[in-house]
Design a protein around this ligand. Structure first.
Ligand code: NAD
Length: 270
């Protein structure tokens, strides 16, 4: 059900690859709530994915941008402002990729060239996006930026490998830039730490299905879905959360603060 929470707002959505993507559901929910959006993804993902289908549904342009390329990001923000005829009110950073994981290399056998790329795509990219917007003065006062994170930034999940370090940095960038952007323009910057969710990026983690089931069993509310993540993003982009900034917000059905659940104990006692 729509409540016009984003009526008149304009946003950029990074990272919609296919229908399973968190960014896909978020783009649809934002439009449903009255926003106009620009969609973006890496040029290669645009060729492989189905983003044009989403663009049609959202009546949105697609502007390619590799998040590791500053010229692409400048072009994205400049063209988006031209398209909207003004500045931007919200940004979703829904981007992540581990090259070492893709190549099947474990945390104790990392290739550091791959790691540089992983950190650039998955974490430094948030700084690149924010710095580009800051220097172009592309965001309106009280704009809201959300990046998607994972609890491996705080606790060890061995197969999440180097992405854990990338997420720690991502959350740190949100805090640090949140200070500067807050001081300058009241712009808020937060990360949402989402439950494991079956997407292309999520499915790339070894043992993902078993882990997802474990998280479902331990979380009092169960795992949060991509659609529920989209709902939370909408709230964070809305004026209802204007004083929330520099936070890592757990959206995980209670997983992060649960030690053990009755279902897990029962299973261990079998
Ligand atoms: N799926 C999960 O279990 C889960 C849980 C918590 C957080 N997250 C995070 O949510 C975010 C979105 O992931 P998802 O699960 O929807 O998977 P996804 O694979 O649908 O999205 C990842 C996106 O990153 C994009 N991307 C990769 N390299 C890029 C580059 N160089 N430039 C621009 N875009 C690039 C991909 O094209 C893709 O659209 C990621 O940050 C991910 O780490 C996912």
């Amino acid at each position: 059900m729509a409540h016009n929470l984003l009526k008149g707002k304009k946003g950029i959505i990074f990272g919609a690859l296919d229908e399973k993507s968190m960014a896909w559901s978020t783009a649809l929910r934002c439009v449903e709530e009255g926003a106009e959006v620009v969609l973006t993804n890496a040029p290669i993902a645009l060729r492989m994915g189905e983003i044009n289908k989403l663009a049609e549904q959202c009546n949105a342009p697609v502007i390619p941008a590799d998040v590791t390329n500053m010229d692409d990001l400048k072009n994205l923000f400049t063209k988006s402002m031209e398209h909207f005829g003004g500045k931007i009110d919200f940004v979703l950073h829904s981007v992540g990729m581990s090259i070492n994981m893709r190549k099947g290399r474990s945390y104790t056998d990392l290739d550091y060239d791959f790691s540089h790329k992983t950190f650039d795509i998955s974490a430094m990219s948030l700084h690149r996006v924010l710095q580009t917007a800051y220097q172009l003065d592309a965001l309106n006062d009280w704009a809201s930026v959300v990046a998607l994170s994972y609890i491996a930034a705080q606790r060890v999940f061995p197969d999440y490998s180097e992405m854990a370090d990338a997420k720690s940095m991502l959350e740190s960038v949100a805090r640090s830039f949140g200070y500067h952007y807050g001081m300058k323009k009241k712009v808020r910057v937060n990360t949402i730490s989402q439950s494991p969710t079956k997407t292309t990026a999520g499915g790339g983690v070894k043992g993902f299905d078993g882990f997802m089931e474990y998280a479902e069993k331990i979380s009092p509310l169960g795992n949060a879905t991509a659609q529920q993540c989209a709902d939370y993003c909408v709230v964070m982009f809305s004026d209802m959360t204007k004083m929330v900034t520099m936070q890592n917000l757990f959206h995980d059905g209670g997983f992060s603060f649960t030690g053990v659940s009755a279902a897990i104990i029962e299973q261990m006692e079998k």
